[in-house]
Design a protein around this ligand. Structure first.
Ligand code: GMT
Length: 375
């Protein structure tokens, strides 16, 4: 059994979820897990034996223009590596976590192995910035092992950073104990949705890259011929603009803005179709969560999405910005109940086979044992 440190953005969407769920399952399997983060990760909501939490505290003195969070994190990592005698430090995101882990390793007295998982945003967004490119490349190349959440992200990373570093693809996974179809007839009623109406759902952090307006335009069209409601879950910079668009299109009575929600699996269980029409998406964890609850998905042919949705089997892939295509496929799925049922069953089966937590956590454990054998 190993002693593993984990650093992630504790409150950031999919990467925070994966890092925390991975830590929880590894702890259940007997590993000793040390989270080193600025806040308790939001999925770490009770006491777990074998899990320890080390908070990064940042002091702000008047001489500093900005509180030195990054350096405080590196310092805390070094402290935990030494005191807890960590074997592995697994960081999520190259920028800044891999870079800080390398600094921490140099400060510490142990040959701790650095494993970095790439989730996308640092590559697809930050690596475009030439002032950060060298730093991200350094973090990746100096890590002992690097994993990425899709083949598409590996290709993109190698191309954007011009690196030959070996990267293993380890897909994201779902917690089957949380994400499964749980019928709840009352919930639809609570949102004033009639039984006969179909429910479309979009979940994201409402950043521009998520293209939520495309979801709204597609829904406005679908709604003209299919009695339906749209659930918009999450919050972020584009939220107000989306609200305005819904008003302008005159579909306010049919769209529910739910903001950030904890029990997403319950909302997914009353949904018939999930839309993720992003222009950048290295994986799309929300797609897995939907499929695990039996919800077919429509997503764009971007990044890792085609690795998650099996076109014509568990959902459909559309061209970026092609709303008519989205509407066409959505209407097929929503008006043909036999087709919908078979997509829904295949989606659940596909997730359980390819993205189950046991299978994916096993892949991380194999990688850890390989890196510990490396000299
Ligand atoms: O999509 C975001 O804005 C959040 C970001 C994150 O850090 O959670 O998501 C990235 O990591 C997720 C988990 O691996 C992936 O499912 C998302 O596709 C990825 N987002 C992007 O690539 C834009």
């Amino acid at each position: 059994m190993s002693k593993i440190g984990i650093t992630c953005y504790p409150t950031v969407g999919g990467s925070g979820v994966i890092a925390t769920e991975l830590g929880k399952i590894l702890a259940e399997k007997g590993h000793e897990i040390h989270f080193i983060t600025s806040q308790v990760p939001f999925r770490l909501n009770r006491i777990y034996p074998n899990i320890y939490y080390h908070e990064v505290e940042v002091s702000n003195y008047p001489v500093f223009q900005h509180p030195p969070y990054d350096l405080a994190l590196a310092n805390k990592m070094a402290e935990v590596i030494n005191r807890e005698e960590l074997d592995i430090l697994h960081v999520h995101y190259a920028m800044p976590h891999a870079v800080l882990a390398i600094l921490a390793k140099q400060m510490s007295e142990r040959n701790v192995k650095i494993v970095t998982t790439l989730h996308g945003t640092d590559i697809t967004v930050l690596a475009i910035d030439s002032s950060l490119k060298q730093m991200i490349k350094f973090g990746i190349e100096k890590s002992d092992r690097v994993t990425a959440v899709s083949h598409s992200l590996v290709k993109q990373t190698q191309k954007m950073l011009d690196t030959q570093k070996d990267m293993d693809v380890i897909y994201n996974f779902v917690d089957e104990r949380e994400y499964f179809h749980r019928p709840n007839n009352e919930l639809k009623g609570q949102y004033n949705i009639r039984d006969s109406e179909k429910v479309l759902i979009h979940i994201s952090n409402f950043r521009q890259v998520k293209r939520v307006p495309d979801v709204i335009h597609a829904f406005a069209n679908i709604h003209r011929s299919v009695p339906s409601k749209l659930l918009l879950v999450g919050d972020g910079p584009e939220y107000s603009a989306c609200y305005q668009l819904v008003e302008d299109l005159g579909i306010g009575d049919h769209v529910r803005f739910l903001g950030k929600q904890e029990n997403v699996s319950e909302l997914l269980s009353i949904s018939d179709l999930k839309l993720l029409l992003s222009e950048k998406e290295s994986f799309g964890l929300v797609l897995l969560e939907a499929m695990a609850c039996g919800v077919p998905c429509i997503g764009t042919n971007i990044g890792g999405i085609p690795e998650v949705i099996d076109h014509g089997e568990t959902g459909f892939i559309t061209e970026l910005g092609n709303i008519e295509q989205v509407v066409y496929f959505a209407k097929q799925l929503l008006t043909d109940s036999i087709m919908h049922e078979s997509f829904s069953e295949r989606a659940q089966h596909f997730v359980n086979q390819k993205f189950s937590s046991s299978e994916i956590v096993k892949q991380y454990e194999e990688l850890y044992s390989q890196v510990l054998d490396d000299e």
